[in-house]
Design a protein around this ligand. Structure first.
Ligand SMILES: *[C@@H]1O[C@H](CO)[C@@H](O)[C@H](O)[C@H]1NC(C)=O
Ligand SMILES: *[C@@H]1O[C@H](CO)[C@@H](O)[C@H](O)[C@H]1NC(C)=O
Ligand SMILES: *[C@@H]1O[C@H](CO)[C@@H](O)[C@H](O)[C@H]1NC(C)=O
Ligand SMILES: *[C@@H]1O[C@H](CO)[C@@H](O)[C@H](O)[C@H]1NC(C)=O
Ligand SMILES: *[C@@H]1O[C@H](CO)[C@@H](O)[C@H](O)[C@H]1NC(C)=O
Ligand SMILES: *[C@@H]1O[C@H](CO)[C@@H](O)[C@H](O)[C@H]1NC(C)=O
Ligand SMILES: *[C@@H]1O[C@H](CO)[C@@H](O)[C@H](O)[C@H]1NC(C)=O
Ligand SMILES: *[C@@H]1O[C@H](CO)[C@@H](O)[C@H](O)[C@H]1NC(C)=O
Ligand SMILES: *[C@@H]1O[C@H](CO)[C@@H](O)[C@H](O)[C@H]1NC(C)=O
Length: 515
């Protein structure tokens, strides 16, 4: 396949016109990151993504944002865990480059002195301000990576009502007046900060990059009780696939992990073992509380977006909203993230670019979270990022993703033909790295042994492989990697997985673009 000249022209024209129209005006970025938010939102619903509740998730504010944005229906994170995923999208490099696969490593110490998104905007004249959870934890990011910010970073601690004894809880709305929840305080902080940049504010003529990281719907699923009214008990349903995929290699599994630390879960003595699941009404209670936390979070996002509009900053501010990875809510008997399944790697990604996405654009093209950095840079008219060379340890600023701006002009084109993710495991002292490739129709995963000395997999020592056919099995219920009918596709995907992301990158290998 080749790129049509007409498309290149259309794209270049759009870039030129966009730059002329926006010029100095489109200068700000509001960068919203939400923890553990799977794309279970009103705006994602459709025959391609059936609702998991009836009626669907109540997310009017994010839906409204999406209606004036480009909505990426198929965005995937590079590793379904907070710190590796955040480090990856904030530096636009993949975990095998950042060397952050866990919750303890700080990339500037273990891999290289890589530039982050807020740091790049700061270096280009923006005031970069951050609050809430952007980096995983102050402890593992040199105290929220001071180099990235123009003003001291501002975290918020959990509030009095946010005790960590139970996995979920609804709190009386009135109690939050005296003791606001953490995300309420983060939203308030964002609202106050926006005022600094509005007319009459103390930084009124400064372009800004404002990063706002919300905590919920992360465990414990706590929200003001009023949000639970959107989910009467009969609207909450059990997952339709409570069992692991047929022929699943055990290495693909994870136990209930962070869910197991809460007293109500301890009391259940849930093992989290393969083929076990939580009692049905525990699952229903957790699902209802997760959805309620999503609706509560949606209201917090709405309060910040309303203020952006009220201050007349909305038409010269790019808004990006993403989840740091997906989430299992009992599907396959799994909970939380920590896997290479679709539910863990698939996350929301929405970008509003005033003047370019006002009519609302939806794209089904596969994209990756490493694409966010080059996209925001190009949308803001800042100097583009070069693609990282194979060894980029000493290159401060580069990308292992791709700007997604071509999809703004042509959302039906296939820009990338694959998304790559990974997840580490240890089995009887053996280090394993699961690598997965998501193509238009399939997901193929291999679990090779991995060396933490050379940072490379040994593809000859596999602990499992999986193939899911999304055309007939969107829930990934049957591993078909040894099915003779799939021998050809397995062979092709194996080669593509081993070849890695560069082979599927439009700027390195333009033959992947289908438009
Ligand atoms: C990392 O890079 C920044 C500039 O981007 C520089 O100020 C800082 O000193 C560097 N740190 C190290 C440890 O090299
Ligand atoms: C960070 O470090 C502080 C002080 O050592 C500790 O109390 C806290 O639990 C740590 N937080 C995380 C998330 O590890
Ligand atoms: C990173 O390195 C600095 C300097 O050696 C050290 O003080 C800091 O504790 C390290 N941080 C992490 C999270 O490893
Ligand atoms: C909550 O606060 C409102 C207004 O202050 C009050 O009218 C209402 O009775 C309170 N509700 C409860 C349950 O305390
Ligand atoms: C889980 O159940 C399936 C179907 O009964 C079975 O084939 C598989 O061996 C079980 N796995 C484990 C680890 O028990
Ligand atoms: C589960 O069922 C028990 C017994 O019927 C009930 O007491 C409990 O409240 C239920 N839990 C949830 C989360 O619905
Ligand atoms: C933004 O909106 C405000 C109020 O609607 C308007 O006055 C202003 O001209 C707009 N700016 C741009 C760049 O469109
Ligand atoms: C599924 O995965 C296992 C473990 O990797 C593999 O041995 C098996 O052949 C696969 N099953 C099928 C039906 O493809
Ligand atoms: C696999 O590919 C070979 C050669 O390209 C072809 O002859 C064969 O029919 C294919 N098998 C299936 C099951 O599609």
């Amino acid at each position: 396949m080749v790129i049509q000249m007409s498309e290149i022209r259309a794209y270049l024209l759009a870039v030129v016109i966009g730059t002329l129209l926006r010029g100095y005006d489109c200068k700000n970025v509001l960068f919203i990151v939400i923890d553990d938010l799977r794309p279970d939102l009103g705006c994602y619903r459709g025959s391609d993504f059936p609702a998991t509740t009836d009626p669907p998730i109540y997310s009017p504010n994010i839906d409204q944002l999406a209606s004036k944005s480009i909505l990426f229906k198929r965005a995937h994170v590079q590793q379904a865990l907070c710190s590796p995923s955040r480090t990856s999208f904030l530096t636009s490099r993949r975990p095998d480059t950042t060397l952050v696969w866990d919750l303890n490593a700080y990339w500037r110490n273990v891999s290289g002195n890589f530039t982050t998104i807020p740091q790049y905007f700061k270096n280009h004249g923006h005031m970069s301000v951050g609050m809430g959870k952007i980096f995983h934890s102050p402890n593992v990011s040199g105290h929220d990576d001071p180099i990235s910010w123009s003003l001291p970073y501002h975290r918020e601690n959990p509030g009095k009502l946010e005790g960590h004894e139970r996995s979920w809880k609804f709190v009386p709305d009135n109690d939050t007046i005296a003791d606001p929840l953490q995300d309420m305080r983060i939203a308030k902080d964002a609202i106050t900060t926006l005022g600094y940049f509005a007319k009459g504010g103390k930084y009124q003529n400064q372009p800004f990059f404002l990063a706002v990281g919300f905590i919920r719907p992360h465990l414990p699923f706590i929200s003001p009780i009023s949000y639970s009214k959107h989910y009467p008990q009969e609207s909450v349903i059990l997952p339709r696939n409570p069992l692991p995929p047929v022929h699943m290699p055990p290495v693909a599994w994870t136990n209930i992990n962070e869910l197991s630390q809460y007293d109500d879960m301890v009391a259940l003595q849930a093992s989290g073992a393969i083929n076990s699941s939580l009692p049905d009404n525990t699952t229903l209670g957790l699902r209802k509380a997760y959805y309620s936390a999503v609706s509560y979070l949606d209201a917090m996002v709405g309060s910040v977006l309303d203020e952006l509009k009220r201050l007349n900053l909305d038409n010269n501010t790019i808004v990006s909203l993403i989840g740091d990875h997906g989430y299992h809510l009992g599907e396959h008997g799994l909970w939380c993230k920590f896997t290479n399944f679709e539910l863990a790697t698939h996350a929301p990604m929405i970008i509003r670019i005033p003047g370019l996405t006002d009519q609302g654009i939806v794209t089904e093209s596969l994209v990756e979270m490493v694409d966010l950095f080059p996209t925001l840079v190009e949308a803001s008219g800042l100097p583009k990022l070069p693609v990282c060379p194979p060894n980029s340890k000493s290159v401060r600023t580069c990308t292992e993703g791709e700007s997604l701006m071509p999809l703004v002009s042509n959302p039906s084109m296939k820009w990338k033909n694959a998304a790559f993710s990974q997840y580490p495991r240890t089995q009887s002292m053996t280090n394993i790295m699961g690598y997965t490739i998501r193509t238009d129709e399939h997901r193929y995963t291999e679990w090779p042994e991995f060396s933490y000395t050379t940072h490379t997999p040994d593809w000859t020592r596999l602990h499992g492989k999986e193939l899911y056919d999304h055309t007939i099995d969107p829930d990934e219920n049957v591993n078909r990697s040894a099915d003779p009918l799939y021998a050809n596709i397995t062979r092709i995907l194996k080669a593509r997985l081993h070849a890695g992301w560069r082979d599927s990158s439009p700027s390195i290998n333009p033959s992947v673009i289908v438009g």
